[in-house]
Design a protein around this ligand. Structure first.
Ligand code: ADP
Ligand code: ZN
Ligand code: ZN
Length: 731
């Protein structure tokens, strides 16, 4: 019997699917898109089942409007992964599926590589622009098309609107045509196009281990920067491509540099596509289609590339697997590394997680035998490991946060013609502006946070709600004019260095100084050309960039990480330390890494410095186990905010009640809170949170799946804004 009803997942924040009648002659498919009426609007949804039965009376069902796909968008393993992702991260299926699609497909564009182009007609070419003075939009289109045809989306990106194009088409000045990108399988003449270095023993062993088994297995490839991990990836991808299969390489947000892409492009003559946040709708769609239609040999991308369909995926690589950018921080809060492991499992292919500083979760999985642990211990090219040391800054006079011994070391390195890099994870001039007379601090009116003083622009800015205001001339409490800054930010450091080292040039590389597109690349280029001798950076600088002439790296303030509320702060500090240590120096110029702290005796710091990351990790894992923290337990964080603090707190109390009275709540399950969030007020809204801790994944997932519908029914659930973060990265 043919199905009469399509069950559709829609991109709405509701935990249910919707039934629609199938008009005769229409043939929707499971996993394909349909357009359906929903309230007063039309939505694009995904058919998840075809059936003859509905829980609703048939005469209440509306017919669907349009069937958009005649084939499913995803093959079964990927579709199952998406269903699993939706369940595990407690996010509605319709929203999850929409999240995994390029926006062009969400908007209903055809899922084939057909692209619409606009061009000038002969009449349009002859049109004098001067005659269009009164129609600037039309003149703009004619100007843009002077040099040849442009895609519809490229024009929209230039802020041309469809109505203008329509008018011009009606005048007969422009017309449109469609092209289809070549279809068909890419590997017609696969070859390795570059001479490969001879592998060292460890690399050869790692490659042989992975190649020994074409089925699913997860490998942790641990090796410092420069130990040859990328070379291993290339060697693993080669036989995959040679067999006509495809490879997916995930990199952190800042890791997708031209150098990285180049390495892969130089090695193989295969079509390579990248997927990242800088793509426009059409580019994103093309990359998605290239994966699905087997036109791409390799796809390199950031987090969201994980959900790209592939015709025949053969391997997944996750580089810098410990990087926090793999976890999405809003809407569907998935962890791309974890979902990549699951995807490899469902597709039954190998996956390699590479890092110099594996996440503690990953190390735990390697220690318990879930993952295979592969090591690269040597730096290729005989580069020497950096020396390191600790500077005890207790009682020392500081200039913009720099102690005299550090300044002296800097001078030595600089006079030798080398570069120096200073890390400070705090943008702006100083964290706060304080009154010297009464201690008053300039505070954001909308947040529970102090303004950051930005000297450069003469402003106070709140880094949490983005409000800014000019610096006040007087204390708002006592009227004194003696306002001074407290603490040190990157901007102040930059300022101070100019007077400490007038003979050397300083560059500051942080989110403020690299706002303009391309400015980061320009700075990096200038640093490599030695136009600057001193670099000031935040976390941003630690990744993906190699600076051979930087011989001294200093972490200016490690105490804030050692004593943070966030249980992952020490792990992050250790990762930053190893990472920058790996960036400094080269064969002929060994680097030096210095840490400034008031607590040189701190045991984690000692382990890290004198025994290395693995010892640090072992010790940190012991502490995590004692504290019942991940990876020994599984967490879920409820966040809620509202204009009224009491409502928010009350809502989370009710959530707590639902969790605790659940029959699934057992002895080893724990709820903590509600507690005020670390930033307890933001943009005028009060924020609270509630932490659920479970002994294993299964308990966490079942408990949440049962509790969530009940939470959704709470009247307060509609009055506060709330979200659920399964396995949160930041607490
Ligand atoms: P990682 O990815 O761990 O940072 P890479 O694979 O980029 O390390 O290797 C660092 C440098 O050493 C690169 O320039 C690479 O070409 C080179 N290299 C890697 N393996 C070898 C090898 N076996 N012999 C010679 N050079 C190598
Ligand atoms: Zn604010
Ligand atoms: Zn005052």
């Amino acid at each position: 019997m043919t199905a009469t009803i399509a069950r559709v997942a829609l991109p709405v924040p509701l935990d249910k699917t919707f039934d629609y009648l199938i008009p005769s002659g229409q043939q929707p498919v499971v996993g394909g898109r349909v357009r359906v009426p929903f309230g007063s609007q039309q939505l694009t949804g995904i058919v998840i089942a075809l059936t003859n039965q509905s829980d609703f009376p048939l005469d209440q069902l509306k017919p669907l409007k349009v069937v958009l796909d005649s084939e499913p968008l995803w093959q079964p393993p990927l579709f199952q992964l998406l269903e699993w992702t939706s369940r595990y991260y407690q996010y509605p299926l319709g929203d999850t599926l929409a999240n995994a699609l390029p926006s062009a497909l969400r908007k209903g564009r055809p899922a084939n590589a057909e692209i619409r182009y606009w061009q000038l007609t002969e009449k349009g070419q002859e049109q004098p622009l001067a005659a269009l003075k009164r129609a600037p939009r039309q003149a703009k289109v004619l100007t843009l098309l002077r040099h040849g045809a442009l895609s519809h989306d490229a024009l929209l990106d230039q802020e041309v609107n469809s109505a203008t194009l329509k008018t011009l088409a009606e005048k007969g000045w422009v017309d449109s045509f469609h092209t289809t990108a070549h279809s068909g399988h890419w590997p017609t003449d696969f070859a390795v196009t570059e001479e490969k270095p001879r592998l060292n023993e460890e690399q050869a062993l790692a490659i042989a281990s992975v190649n020994a088994n074409p089925d699913y297995a997860c490998y942790l490839l641990e090796g410092v920067t420069g130990s040859g991990k990328t070379e291993v990836y290339l060697n693993l991808i080669e036989p995959v491509l040679a067999a006509g299969k495809q490879a997916l390489v995930l990199v952190p947000e800042i890791g997708l540099t031209p150098q990285t892409i180049n390495r892969f492009q130089r090695r193989f003559n295969v079509p390579l596509f990248t997927i990242h946040s800088g793509l426009n709708d059409t580019e994103r769609l093309s990359a998605w289609l290239a994966g699905r239609d087997n036109q791409a040999g390799i796809i390199i991308g950031t987090r969201s590339a994980l959900f790209t369909p592939f015709a025949d995926l053969g391997i997944i690589i996750v580089d810098e697997e410990h990087d926090p950018s793999y976890k999405q921080q809003d809407s569907l809060r998935y962890h791309a590394r974890d979902m990549a492991v699951l995807r490899a499992n469902k597709e039954n292919i190998p996956i390699v997680l590479g890092s110099a500083t594996p996440a503690l979760e990953t190390l735990h999985n390697a220690r318990t035998g879930k993952y295979h642990h592969l090591h690269l211990t040597r730096r290729a090219g005989n580069a020497q490991a950096a020396r390191h040391g600790v500077l005890d800054m207790k009682g020392l006079h500081l200039e913009a946060g720099l102690s005299a011994p550090l300044i002296a070391r800097m001078r030595q390195h600089l006079s030798a013609g080398n570069q120096v890099m200073l890390f400070l994870n705090r943008r702006g001039f100083a964290p706060a502006l304080m009154c010297h007379e009464c201690g008053w601090l300039a505070e954001c009116k909308r947040c529970d946070a102090y303004y950051t003083y930005h000297q450069h622009s003469g402003e106070l800015r709140c880094h949490h709600c983005q409000t800014q205001r000019p610096v006040m001339p007087q204390c708002q409490q006592c009227g004194s004019t003696q306002l001074q800054t407290v603490g040190v930010g990157t901007e102040q450091l930059e300022h101070q260095l100019a007077s400490l080292f007038p003979e050397f040039k300083t560059v500051r590389i942080d989110r403020d100084s690299t706002r303009r597109k391309g400015s980061l690349d320009n700075y990096l280029e200038a640093v490599r050309n030695k136009e600057y001798q001193i670099l000031i950076g935040t976390q941003m600088l630690a990744k993906g960039h190699h600076f051979p002439d930087v011989t001294l790296v200093a972490l200016v303030d490690v105490d804030s990480a050692l004593f943070s509320n966030d249980f992952r702060a020490a792990e992050r500090l250790a990762q930053l330390f190893i990472q920058v240590a790996g960036r400094a120096g080269r064969a002929s110029k060994p680097g030096e890494v210095l840490l400034q702290t008031h607590h040189p005796e701190h045991s984690l710091l000692q382990a890290l410095l004198y025994k290395g990351y693995d010892h640090f990790a072992a010790q940190a894992l012991t502490e995590r186990r004692q504290a019942m923290l991940p990876p020994y337990t599984y967490l879920a964080l409820f966040r809620a905010e509202a204009a009224q603090s009491e409502l928010t707190e009350q809502f989370l109390h009710q959530v707590r009640g639902i969790l605790e009275t659940s029959p699934l709540f057992e002895a080893h399950t724990l709820v903590l809170g509600p507690n005020p969030a670390p930033l307890s007020r933001r943009a005028g809204r009060y924020r609270w949170q509630l932490l659920l801790q479970a002994p294993d994944r299964k308990t966490l997932q079942t408990l949440l799946s049962v509790a969530r519908p009940a939470i959704n029914l709470l009247p307060l659930a509609r009055k506060v804004r709330w979200s659920l973060d399964v396995e949160p990265q930041d607490l």
